[in-house]
Ligand binder design. Structure first.
Ligand SMILES: [Zn+2]
Length: 479
């Protein structure tokens, strides 16, 4: 079998929890991590006679998401009941949107596998309520239901099947996540389930009909999504090559085992018996309402990127790295403004800070220190108080226990030695201990100077001012 013979077709349905303070149809808190069944009321536990009332913020956030992904906003929309039975769904239906979603036909721009720009079309974005959560307690014989999450607002962003590889799917998701963070409608914490995706994968030989798709439900990490897609591509090509007919199925991805398992044959829309929710009125939006949201939309990553390149003179690569996360970009702007050295701040973010984040498998959102602390670090290096080598040690301290870099270098005694007589003393001691290097230098071996400076840095634990060392060694050696 050969992968090159097949075209891979991927579509994503992304669920993002909206960061409204209260739930979509009641005034219960949406806060994550509370004790079980403490954020509940008759509405979100589906007591008979309780009536839902739509949270206006949910509409506003969904419209923001639609505008930021180039969708057209529907002025005439409604809520529908999606009927199915599951223990985490007390009403036995989910209030969602069927044929009149709030947002239609947008797109998000990503890079394809060859580095070219590509538009991934968005079919629709609709609002709906989240279900509760089942806790499968290993010590009890059954499962326990927690309804804190029932009624937490979600948007579902449905893409067209425009993605052609796991890499493209990954870039699309990351782009979507960053847009939602920029417009501040979701915290997108994947580990808390605020962002999760249903992944549809099929394969076919180019020029032939589209293959039957497998849908994998509710995957909530970038890595797992990529692995699940890779696994499905291989397994579907295997089946196709062996003449096995691929069934339309809903699959469950098991990240520990690294494979998918069939859950059930895929339902069609008609299985859900959708109908308009009679307890809720239609959602009618005026031009004025939509325009107002449009005008107050925060600056999006694309526009920040252009500004960084044109106004600050950053390379496209650096600008891309900075805008990839809102937290990164915010720190860059704030710290750059304080120390008035955008290029150094950019260097710290794209090199040492990114490295530490990667090593600790952390998100930029988890950076513990403030922009003004990074700005102070840059200023301390620029005015010669510390060397950039010591700066790296200060940065590690900032990750361990964020505080003022000035305090850190005082506590640790890391202030750079720039006192002439002190430097001179070190230079003389090092020269005395290394007579061969003096001979070597006089014989034209310039490397000897570097060695001597290195010895002096070692003797001062990296605190000596390197420019002064260089200068003074040269003076002594030329005597
Ligand atoms: Zn409630």
């Amino acid at each position: 079998m050969s992968r090159e013979d097949y075209e891979v077709v991927i579509g994503l349905e992304v669920h993002a929890e909206l960061s409204t303070r209260t739930k979509i149809f009641c005034s219960c808190s949406t806060e994550f991590g509370a004790n079980e069944n403490t954020h509940v009321c008759p509405i979100c536990t589906a007591m008979p006679g309780a009536l839902p009332k739509l949270n206006e913020k949910v509409v506003e956030y969904a419209v923001k998401a639609g505008l930021a992904t180039n969708c057209s906003i529907s002025q005439d929309s409604k809520n529908d009941r999606k009927n199915y039975f599951y223990p985490d769904l007390p009403k036995s239906y989910q209030i969602s949107q069927f044929d009149k979603p709030l947002c239609n036909h947008g797109y998000v721009e990503i890079e394809d596998d060859d580095g070219n720009k590509k538009k991934v079309r968005i079919l629709r974005i609709h609002i709906e309520e989240d279900a509760g959560k089942l806790n499968h307690d290993e010590y009890s014989s059954g499962s326990l239901v927690d309804l804190n999450r029932a009624g937490v607002p979600l948007i579902e962003i449905v893409s067209e099947p425009d993605l052609r590889s796991s890499g493209e799917a990954d870039r699309y998701l990351k782009k979507l996540k960053s847009i939602l963070q920029y417009i501040n409608v979701s915290d997108c914490k994947m580990e808390e389930g605020s962002l999760r995706a249903d992944v549809n994968v099929s394969i076919h030989k180019p020029g032939t009909e589209l293959g039957t798709r497998h849908e994998m439900k509710n995957i909530n990490s970038f890595k797992a999504i990529q692995r699940a897609i890779e696994y499905e591509i291989d397994s579907q090509i295997d089946d196709a090559e062996n003449g096995k007919v691929i069934q339309q199925e809903t699959m469950r991805w098991d990240d520990l085992e690294g494979r998918t398992f069939p859950m059930r044959s895929k339902e069609d829309a008609q299985d859900y018996r959708y109908f308009p929710d009679p307890d809720l009125v239609a959602i009618k939006l005026s031009d004025e309402y939509i325009n107002n949201i449009k005008e107050n939309l925060p600056e999006l990553p694309e526009s920040r990127k252009v500004r960084y390149m044109e106004e600050i003179g950053l390379s496209e690569k650096d600008a891309d790295a900075l805008v990839s996360s809102r937290r990164f970009s915010d720190i860059f702007e704030e710290a750059g403004k304080i120390c008035n050295d955008y290029k150094s701040v950019c260097n710290w973010l794209t090199s040492d800070i990114s490295r530490i984040l990667n090593e600790g498998e952390m998100d930029p959102e988890e950076i513990p220190f403030k922009a003004k602390e990074l700005a102070e670090l840059v200023s301390l290096i620029n005015d010669g108080t510390i060397s950039s080598k010591i700066g790296k040690k200060v940065l590690e301290e900032l990750f361990k226990e964020p505080r003022s870099p000035k305090k850190i270098i005082e506590e640790k005694g890391w202030v750079q030695i720039s006192d002439e007589s002190e430097i001179k003393e070190v230079v003389m001691t090092v020269l005395e201990a290394n007579p061969q290097s003096i001979v070597d230098f006089k014989a034209g071996k310039d490397r000897a100077l570097g060695f001597l400076v290195g010895q002096a840095m070692k003797a001062t634990k990296g605190k000596a001012n390197p420019q002064m060392l260089n200068k003074m060694f040269l003076e002594e050696l030329k005597k």
